[in-house]
Design a protein around this ligand. Structure first.
Ligand SMILES: [Fe+2]
Ligand SMILES: [Fe+2]
Length: 142
């Protein structure tokens, strides 16, 4: 049976791949392609974050009695907010075809996402696996 760590690690990997594809379209100045590639990345990341914030974190907070205000999930939520800010900046730069600016912010965003994913994969998800089952989380989704 798939663990929470495995499933969400795959999603991190998928987001990273989509981001790399986007970056290569920017690198080659292919603005027509960069728009849909950007949206594919943002959709995947938002779906992943929504699952964490709306389903996984609340279930984890409930079972561990850790506060959503200052426990480990609070840090993760805060970092998600930072990604959303960076995404807005990139969206604007994409409209303006600002290649250099975009590459700088994109590099920052990828570095932040990688650090965030590392913390989730090495600490938070294994803790979730100790207390929760993936199948139960998906059953509770409706
Ligand atoms: Fe996250
Ligand atoms: Fe995540």
């Amino acid at each position: 049976m798939t663990s929470i760590t495995e499933k969400l690690k795959n999603e991190h990997h998928d987001c990273e791949q989509k981001f790399c594809i986007f970056e290569s379209t920017v690198e080659s100045g292919n603005w027509e392609q960069s728009q849909p590639c950007w949206h594919q990345f943002v959709d995947a990341l938002q779906t992943h974050i929504r699952f964490e914030e709306e389903i996984l974190f609340p279930a984890f907070e409930k079972v561990t009695q850790l506060s959503p205000l200052n426990g480990p999930t609070a840090v993760m939520r805060l970092e998600h907010q930072q990604f959303k800010q960076q995404i807005k900046i990139i969206q604007q730069m994409l409209k303006e075809h600002d290649k250099q600016g975009l590459q700088d912010v994109a590099d920052e965003l990828m570095a932040s996402i990688q650090q965030h994913s590392f913390k989730e994969e090495s600490i938070l998800y294994p803790l979730c696996d100790r207390h929760l089952k993936l199948s139960e989380l998906y059953c509770g989704e409706n």
